[in-house]
Design a binder for this molecule. Structure first.
Ligand code: GLN
Length: 272
């Protein structure tokens, strides 16, 4: 099949309710990096008007952060066949990036500072609890080393050095992982809970993270990993290799942030 005929559908979870701190940038980044390579892209909002059949058509998933109240509204809607369709997608390896409030909802539950526990979908083996209004929120720049085995290996192959991700966290909830693999190890910042050094989770091809930023434009190689994974899954035609794009500015921005945060990696210069 001619690569120009490739088409990707990005399923964007509840854009009006879940899109804090510029998380929409993750959708734009996947869309633009696909279009620049000549692929067709459709962005499909997944919300109260969506059916399970709609969810089955998506090739990539994006879920952003949300305030506690919005998370509750989402979880009231994301039930039954819709929840099953999303579960099936993730279990079958659809690549996704889920930020902050979104992974809390993919876990077993989220306990907000006020009000009732919000039951999650239980796809990710993790729980999140907000310790109360008198506890400091976790806010600030975040740098992690990706440690999830398969993802770390794939990214290292793509960029030729250890993969470090940069972002910005802003959350009250603290997440504890069960048997799910962490996305990475915190190098700078607080991550899942500020205690055990873990950040995010990685399951099948779902990337869960506290990192806004948004994550993908700040770490463009992760975007390409998602696009490549989606194409391989959809067209079953390996090897599909993406044509390179000029990421000089994005890489310079990363270097500038690492310098500002005084995070020093011997391998950084190689991350071009
Ligand atoms: N409401 C959640 C928390 O404070 C998520 C916040 C967010 O998505 N930015 O932990």
């Amino acid at each position: 099949m001619n690569h120009q005929n490739f088409e990707l559908t990005i399923g964007w979870l509840y854009p009006k309710l879940m899109s804090t701190y510029g998380d929409r940038g993750n959708v734009i980044c996947i869309e633009r990096r696909s279009l620049w390579r000549g692929y067709n892209v459709r962005v499909l909002p997944l919300d109260q008007n969506t059916t399970a059949a709609d969810i089955h058509t998506v090739d990539l998933l994006v879920g952003g952060g949300a305030q506690d109240r919005q998370q509750e509204i989402v979880m009231r809607d994301l039930q039954g066949t819709k929840a099953d369709a999303l579960r099936e997608k993730i279990e079958n390896g659809t690549p996704g990036v889920f930020t902050c409030g979104a992974p809390q909802l993919l876990g077993h539950y989220y306990e907000p500072a006020f009000g009732q526990r919000i039951e999650g979908l239980g796809i990710l083996d993790l729980v999140s609890v907000h310790p109360g209004e008198n506890t400091r929120r976790c806010i600030g720049n975040l740098v992690i080393e990706v440690t999830a085995t398969r993802l770390a290996r794939d990214l290292e192959e793509m960029i030729g050095s250890k993969p470090y991700l940069i972002g910005f966290e802003n959350h009250g909830g603290r997440t504890k992982l069960g048997k799910v693999e962490a996305l990475g190890q915190v190098v700078y910042g607080l991550g899942n809970n500020g205690e055990d050094g873990t950040e995010g989770a990685f399951y099948q091809n779902a990337i869960a993270t506290y990192s806004h930023g948004p994550l993908l434009p700040k770490n463009p190689f992760v975007t390409d990993w998602m696009i490549q994974t989606a194409l391989r899954l959809k067209y079953q035609q390996p090897p599909i290799t993406l044509s390179p794009l000029d990421d000089t500015l994005a890489m310079q921005a990363r270097e500038a942030m690492f310098k500002r945060l005084k995070v020093n990696f011997p391998t950084l210069a190689l991350q071009q």
